[in-house]
Design a protein around this ligand. Structure first.
Ligand SMILES: [Zn+2]
Ligand SMILES: [Zn+2]
Ligand SMILES: [Zn+2]
Length: 187
């Protein structure tokens, strides 16, 4: 069985991967709007506006142009209609790409991997090693340790043993009292 954490790394690494991929998406969809054409746009209330539209992203560029100038710029012809579909399609494609990355790298994906890790033989071995090393709770030294707490998730999946603490259930519960809920369910 492959250690599930090997795929996702620490939560910090996972999040920075997310930012990195989001950056690539934003970069991909960034448009210099180098190629624009003059269009006729019907705006709210039915009035007509002449405006440049980027042929790539479909966004309007610059301010409205007088009809007489618009006609002259399109060689005496009435400019073609502003392509609303192009603009919407580009915006939607960008939103979709962004949400895909956010989904792929959502924190809950990481926590699911972490849960899978806690059920893995790798974790069981590590946990056993910690409990063997200190059978007594490192929080109170009164009870036997039955659980293992992560002091950090930095190397999760490939922890140093000093990043793990043998602890009794009451101490562990007290420790996680002030933590966000998703951490409470975990070791
Ligand atoms: Zn553009
Ligand atoms: Zn204790
Ligand atoms: Zn804990």
């Amino acid at each position: 069985m492959i250690n599930p954490m090997a795929k996702v790394g620490s939560i910090e690494a996972f999040r920075s991967k997310r930012s990195e991929e989001l950056g690539l998406v934003y970069e991909k969809f960034e448009c210099q709007c180098a190629d624009c054409r003059i269009t006729k746009r019907i705006i709210k209330g039915g009035s007509v506006q002449y405006v440049y539209q980027c042929v790539r992203c479909g966004e309007p560029k610059g301010s409205a142009i007088k009809q007489i100038d618009a006609m002259r710029l399109s060689g005496g012809n009435e400019p073609s209609i502003f392509d609303l579909k192009l603009m919407d399609a580009y915006r939607n494609a960008k939103l979709l790409a962004v949400s895909k990355v956010k989904q792929k790298y959502s924190d809950s994906v990481w926590w699911d991997m972490y849960d899978a890790y806690l059920r893995s033989p790798e974790w069981k071995n590590k946990r056993d090693a910690v409990l063997r090393k200190s059978p007594l709770c490192e929080g109170c030294a009164k009870h036997m340790a039955t659980q293992v707490h992560h002091k950090t998730y930095c190397h999760v999946g490939d922890e140093f043993l000093w990043e793990l603490v043998a602890i009794c259930k009451p101490c562990h519960e007290r420790l996680h009292d002030h933590r966000p809920l998703h951490e409470v369910a975990h070791d």
